[in-house]
Every structure is written in structure tokens, then in C-alpha cells.
Design a protein around this ligand. Sequence first.
Ligand code: SF4
Length: 268
Amino acid sequence: MLRFDDQIAVGLSGGKDSVTLLNILYKLEDAFPRTRLIAVTVDEGIAKYRDEALRIAEKSCQNLGIEQVVVSFRELFGYDLDEIVERLRERKTAHSATSPCSYCGVLRRRALNIAAMNCGATKLATAHNLDDENQTLLLNILHGDLFRMGRARSQPSSKRARFAQRIKPFCEILEKETTFYAFLKGIEFQNTPCPYSPAAMRNDARSMLNKMEERHPGLQYTLLRSAERLKSLMINASNREGLRTCRMCNEPSAHEICQPCKILLELK
Ligand code: SF4
């Protein structure tokens, strides 16, 4: 996933997986003097939740002596997530029943990419673990969008696109193992769940997969292998088109207008 001279932006939320990833990459970086680590943190604007995470993220960077860049939804998109949720509720649009996570996820991916590019990063490392990957696979199937798996690995076909290649160093590691590591090493992380998380369909996917893993140990790994096979088929299919640039913002996009721009148009 990494080269000896990569400039690595690490998505750091302050949660257990991201703080653990930062600590591990910091250890590895010692052996690669031409590598640089920068932490990038996104403040979505979630009252009574994000402040604690921001404090922990900042402290982790100070302890390790790692540069940190913080970007916010408000500064990049003009709205806090709380405000977006409020607007959608007021309008009672067809999308008002959609989980805030759908909006948050799209805008956060864009915010991370912008921050990574602004830092001159060649890679953007996120702390998605095996459980996250399998939940995403299941959600893509349930949403009828298997091609998304292929697009996630596509590179922009246009040289104008500003795009940091994403890597997920924990993608083959179970969540309980990263949690165990964080506890063993005494790593401080935010434990409070996001107030919007109960509405997410991902929770249902998580409980279903956890129940199945309990009854059939090893199932999460089998699912990962199946996903890998599926992904290569999907990559071939989606690479025929490749990623383009959004007509409105010039950022990488699978469609003529990217998802973040569609959200911002909907909010106006
Ligand atoms: Fe965003 Fe949902 Fe995560 Fe909360 S739980 S930070 S709304 S993606």
C-alpha cells in the first residue's frame, strides 16, 4: 500500500481505529526517513460530540509530534452537519428520512481528499477495518449498487482531477483486534457514539454480521475473500469509464455532477 517516500495523510477522527492507525504508522515511519505523516481531521459540526473527538485527535498529534490539519464542513461546504440535518427535517423532503450518515459520509470523503491534496499527500490512509469493509459490501448489495465497489478503486481519467490515492491498512483486521490493541497500549480515544449513528442502516449490517461471526467463526474473512473476487470484476467493469471530474467543482466524480455537489444543490 505504501512506498518508501510517500507523503501520508492519515484521516484522524479521534475514534479508536484512527488514533490506533496513527500510532502504528508513526512507529513504522521511523524506518522510512523520506516518508512524512500528516494527520487530517474533519470537523463535521456535530454539537456535544465532535468537540471531545477533536480534543483527543489534537492531543494524539501533539504527543507524537505529528502535524495536524483540521478542516470543517462549514468552511468547505457552508453548513455544519447539524444544520444540514435540520434543513432536511424542516423541508420534509423525500430525503429527510435518509440517515444523516449518508450526507456525512459523502461530504467527509470529499473533505478528506481536499485536505490531503492541500497537504501535498500522495496517499490518504483511513482506518476502515475488516468489519467496516464487510458492512460496506453488504450495504452496497442492499442498495443495489455493486459497481460502487469497483469505483472505489478507480483512478480519475482526467489529469485535472485532484485525487489522493486512498489506502486502508486495517482492511484485513477485525475491529475487536484494533480495539484490543488500543486498550493494551493505553491509547486514548473517544468512546462516546455519534448521536446520529442509531439511524444508520450500517448498524443493522453490523449486528447481523456480528451475530453470524459468533455462530460461524471466520465468516468475516471468507466474506472479505469473496469481496476481493467481486471487486476485481467490478473494477474491470467500472474502469471502462474511469473516474471523471465533476462539471461543477472539478473534483473526481463517477457521474457528471458529483455527490457532494448534488447534496449542496439540494440544500440551497
Ligand atoms: Fe457522520 Fe454518521 Fe459517523 Fe456520525 S455516525 S460521524 S453522522 S457518519
